[in-house]
Write a protein that binds this ligand. Structure first.
Ligand SMILES: *[C@@H]1O[C@H](CO)[C@@H](O)[C@H](O)[C@H]1NC(C)=O
Ligand SMILES: *[C@@H]1O[C@H](CO)[C@@H](O)[C@H](O)[C@H]1NC(C)=O
Ligand SMILES: *[C@@H]1O[C@H](CO)[C@@H](O)[C@H](O)[C@H]1NC(C)=O
Ligand SMILES: *[C@@H]1O[C@H](CO)[C@@H](O)[C@H](O)[C@H]1NC(C)=O
Length: 964
């Protein structure tokens, strides 16, 4: 019965492919699988329950290869009192009672009386291959505990605090045990019997014995003599001080020995005489001081010795490491120097030699003379200052050479001479300031060269000869040197893939510095002092290939000199050849306005440069902004001479801080003028100019700048005090109808503060307009509408059919609705004044018509502003007669008069503008858009028309008979 089984029951529906993924044979247990233990990575929980009586969690784990068969049982107890014998016999998997249990793991339990009985409880008499992992067991493991488990191959006692000895009978009980690990115990090793045990036959299969952190301080003679078959012995992290010559007696098969992390101070002569098959010896983190010349004597198979992180200075006896079988030697401990010249003499098999952090100051002459097979030599972290030219000469097989972290000042000529296999050279963190020009001669095989953190300059590097044609160089690392400019020679190394120049002193780059022809290259220029990258033009595609350039963390000066580079970067010429310039966190250091801004976020228009003072007028600042090709002048007073915008710019933007009353004469390249905040009460007088934008905001203008509105200028007018009352109707109207030309139209305000664009013009003068009646207007308007329906384009003549027949005249009458002073204001060019004076006026003003006309030469007040006069005249007249000629179009004021009249007419919603064409109809192209639009939808009269006077009189205001 399964009480309290609260668990799981994972239903496994593993597909065939999942099974195939983990080969059934890999599960271990087969006779051919001698050392395959439970693989936690491939485990799945099959069943897990908590047994309250025992206070234990019991878990059955399977592996993907044996779905449905528990291969491991774990029992987690809560104390050493847990009575796991109370766990009932587990029947669920009993049909598989013959299966191979691989692992049993128990933690925090007391030791079972025998493991065999425990297993029987779970339906197993034995296991073919068993890994027993005992963590923090209560009690000391004895041979009796494992009696009957003949198949156990691995046993681990982890945190075996109670374990004081390795029970003599343990291995008798476990004849198949191959691995035995004990850690965190307090072991006392026992000497074996007499010397005769040397030849005691080995009855045990044990191959690996690991006694780490077991508090061992003495290895008595023959301590492992009974374990003659072990090949691996790990005694790390103990307190062994002394090794005696007979400590390892009997270990004739030992191949790997670790004595690391012990306070061993010395090795006795012939210390390993009893382990003649030793191949790997680990002596890391010891206190070794002396290694006599014959310490390793007799070790014909020794391949590897490591002496890392020693805590004392080691003194080697002569030829101590001269071992003909040695392939790898690692010393990372202080050495007593000078080294014996013959320390490794005769170690002809040496392939890897690492002598790091050993305090080496010099390498004895001929030290490497016999190392013809050496491939890797690491001398980093020593105190070498000079290298003899021939120091490495004999190392014909050398592939990798590391000299980093020394104090080497120079590479002499031919230092790498004849090293035809040399691929990697590292000399980071030295004091290299000089490399002989021939240093890299005859070293064609170098692929990686790292010279970071030295004192190399551009000058030294550019003097190298053979270097620049190294045919295989892929990585050149020169971080943290004193390189101040890019060396053209770099471009010759076609094989180069990484050029690391970060943390140098490069201040500026030019376009040529980017013209690498290496097919694939990554250049790191981070953390230099680059302020500027000068590009003269956008680069042509061929020169880019696939170069990546990293430019972060440089103090860029974000001015117009950087502009062309950024442009090239943002708009690369051809997408298939984009240089992958990585600005990453590259930020502007100056100018102050842009300090800290990330370059990649800056729009191209942000970059400016000041003109040199000699090119900039006094009292001005002159900034070129190439992104919009403009020169920005900011002047306290109007300059007498304007600088030429020059190569960077085409046009000038002018800001004046003070305005004199005389007219402004601006050169044609000034296209934008800023006169904001000058307290102007009147618009500026502009003489010949090319202004497209004019900022008059925040002045004290009260009237609309009619003159300016007449021209094609975008204005800014907010922050003025336009008067918006009835008497300034035209003011308001002119501004409203020109809203499209006022950039900040929505913010333009009247004196009272209301928004000018929101003012309803027709309501401004409501009192005066109470008599306005739409009847006559409707007639006239309707008439125009009918006629306009026929009309399109100004080249078409409009038929005044209705007029010419005099229809409807009797009821078409116009009231004197508006108190207007004049019947018509005549707008004409001065060149046409004669016609007006001799033809128009006599007829219309004479009997019987008696119209009252307004003509400027007669009726205007002398001295008033012309635009104001125009506005007044239009306002005070019932009609505006436009005498349209070519002269009219050329005249300065006449078109404005037409605009004012048209605006007035639209506001009053009646046809007040009468166009009289004198001579040929001018070309459409000569007219401004408004006039052209007007003509295309309205009638006009042509001088010479037989009905001219009738039609004109008809279009003039009609009055009741009694009104004279
Ligand atoms: C048993 O498992 C539960 C749930 O994982 C855990 O909270 C408890 O501490 C475990 N008990 C023991 C004795 O390991
Ligand atoms: C277990 O093994 C024995 C002996 O090899 C065999 O007779 C028996 O049938 C097996 N039982 C099962 C359930 O496979
Ligand atoms: C011990 O090793 C020897 C040689 O490798 C071998 O012949 C012998 O069978 C091994 N002894 C045991 C018990 O495995
Ligand atoms: C190791 O040897 C030294 C000198 O022979 C001795 O003083 C010391 O007590 C020995 N250490 C142990 C743990 O036996």
């Amino acid at each position: 019965m399964m009480r309290c089984k609260t668990m799981l029951l994972l239903t496994l529906t593993l597909s065939a492919s999942a099974r195939a993924w983990y080969n059934l044979n890999d599960c271990g247990g087969g006779p051919s699988q001698s050392s395959k233990f439970f693989d936690p990575m491939a485990s799945i929980t099959l069943e897990r329950f908590y047994d309250p009586k025992c206070g234990c969690n019991v878990t059955f784990l399977g592996q993907f290869c044996r779905v449905g068969f528990p291969l491991k049982i774990t029992i987690e107890c809560n104390s050493h009192d847990s009575d796991f014998t109370a766990i009932p016999a587990f029947e669920k998997f009993s049909q598989a009672s013959n299966f191979t249990l691989i692992a049993l793991s128990m933690s925090h339990c007391k030791l079972p009386s025998t493991f065999a009985s425990l297993l029987a409880n779970f339906g197993h008499a034995d296991a073919e291959l068993l890994e027993i992992m005992l963590e923090s067991m209560g009690g000391e493991l004895q041979g009796t505990h494992v009696r009957g488990l003949r198949k156990v191959r691995k046993m681990v006692l982890y945190k075996a605090a109670k374990q004081n000895r390795i029970p003599r009978d343990l291995f008798d009980s476990l004849p198949d045990l191959e691995e035995f690990d004990v850690s965190f115990a307090q072991l006392r090793l026992e000497a074996s019997g007499g010397d005769d045990s040397i030849d005691e036959p080995s009855y045990f299969a044990l191959r690996s014995l690991r006694l780490t952190s077991c508090g061992i301080n003495v290895v008595p003679p023959g301590a492992f003599a009974r374990l003659g078959n072990i090949t691996e012995l790990y005694l790390g992290h103990n307190f062994i001080e002394n090794i005696t010559w007979d400590a390892f007696r009997g270990l004739k098969n030992l191949e790997t020995l670790s004595l690391s992390n012990n306070p061993i101070t010395s090795l006795p002569p012939r210390a390993f005489a009893f382990t003649p098959r030793l191949r790997r010896l680990y002596l890391d983190q010891t206190l070794l001081k002396t290694v006599p010349g014959d310490a390793f004597q007799g070790l014909q198979h020794l391949e590897l010795i490591t002496l890392k992180k020693g805590n004392a200075t080691i003194k080697f006896g002569a030829r101590a490491l001269a071992l003909s079988s040695l392939e790898e030697l690692t010393i990372e401990s202080a050495l007593q120097t000078p080294l014996p010249k013959d320390l490794i003499e005769g170690s002809v098999a040496l392939q890897t030699l690492i002598i790091r952090y050993a305090g080496l100051k010099i390498i004895p002459k001929g030290f490497f003379a016999t190392q013809q097979r050496l491939q890797k030599l690491d001398l980093s972290g020593n105190e070498l200052t000079t290298l003899d030219a021939d120091v490495f000469q004999s190392l014909k097989a050398l592939v990798a050479l590391n000299m980093s972290g020394n104090r080497i000042k120079e590479f002499p000529n031919d230092i790498f001479f004849g090293l035809s296999k040399l691929e990697t050279v590292s000399a980071n963190n030295n004091s290299l300031q000089y490399i002989a020009t021939d240093a890299f001669d005859a070293t064609n095989s170098i692929t990686h060269l790292a010279l970071n953190d030295n004192l190399l300059t551009s000058e030294v590097l550019s003097s190298l000869r053979h270097f620049w044609v190294l045919p295989k160089l892929k990585e050149l690392r020169l971080q943290g040197n004193r390189i101040s400019y890019m060396i053209p020679n770099w471009k010759q190394i076609y094989s180069l893939e990484i050029l690391d120049l970060s943390r140098n002193n490069i201040m500026a780059l030019e376009q040529a510095d980017f013209m690498f022809r290496n097919p694939k290259l990554e250049i790191n220029l981070r953390e230099n002092h680059i302020t500027n990258i000068k590009f003269h033009s956008l680069p042509s595609t061929m020169l880019w290939f696939k170069t990546s350039v990293f430019l972060g963390e440089n103090p860029f000066r974000c001015d117009c000199e950087l502009y062309m580079f950024i442009k090239a970067f943002q708009y690369p010429p051809n997408t298939s050849f984009i240089p992958k310039i990585t600005l990453d966190q590259a930020a502007c250091a100056s100018p102050p306005t842009l300090a800290g801004a990330l370059i990649q976020d800056l729009p191209l228009t942000s970059f400016t440069c000041s003109l040199p003072p000699r090119d900039c007028p006094a009292n001005c600042t002159c900034d070129v902004r190439p992104g919009v090709r403009t020169l920005e002048l900011d002047c306290k007073v109007e300059p007498s001479v304007y600088p030429n915008p020059g190569n960077h710019a085409q046009k000038t933007i002018l800001r004046l801080r003070k305005l004199q009353s005389k007219p402004l004469i601006l050169p044609s390249h000034v296209v934008s003028l800023n006169l904001a905040d000058l307290g102007l009460t009147k618009p500026p007088l502009l003489k010949t100019h090319n202004i497209q934008k004019l900022d008059l905001s925040r002045n004290q203008l009260t009237d609309a700048p009619l003159e300016l509105l007449k021209e094609n200028i975008s204005l800014r007018l907010s922050g003025n005090e336009f008067i918006c009352d009835c008497s300034h109707l035209d003011n308001v109207y002119a501004l409203q109808s020109n809203g499209a030309w006022i950039d900040d139209a929505q913010s333009v305000t009247c004196k009272g503060g209301e928004y000018l664009m929101h003012i309803k013009v027709e309501k401004l003068c409501e009192i005066r307009k109470e008599t306005v009646i739409g009847v006559t207007l409707a007639v006239l308007g309707g008439l125009v509408a009918v006629v306009a329906g026929f009309a399109y384009r100004c080249s078409h003549k409009i038929k005044l059919f209705l007029f010419s027949h005099g229809w409807c005249q009797s009821w078409v009458q116009e009231d004197d609705i508006d108190n207007a002073e004049y019947d018509a204001f005549v707008s004409f060019s001065q060149d046409d004044a004669q016609w007006v004076a001799e033809q128009l006026l006599p007829i219309l003003e004479g009997e019987p018509n008696n119209y009252k006309l307004c003509v400027h030469y007669r009726d205007w007040v002398v001295g008033d502003m012309i635009p104001a006069q125009i506005a007044t005249s239009v306002e005070r007249s019932r009609r505006t007669i436009v005498v349209l000629t070519k002269n009219f179009l050329k005249s300065t004021w006449a078109p404005l008069e037409f605009r004012a009249a048209n605006a007035h007419a639209q506001r009053e919603r009646r046809a007040q503008v009468l166009i009289v064409v004198l001579g040929e109809i001018p070309d459409c192209e000569e007219m401004d858009a408004e006039l052209r639009a007007y003509l295309s939808t309205n009638t006009y009269l042509k001088w010479g028309d037989p009905w001219f006077w009738e039609k004109l009189k008809y279009a003039m205001p009609h009055r009741r008979q009694n009104i004279g």
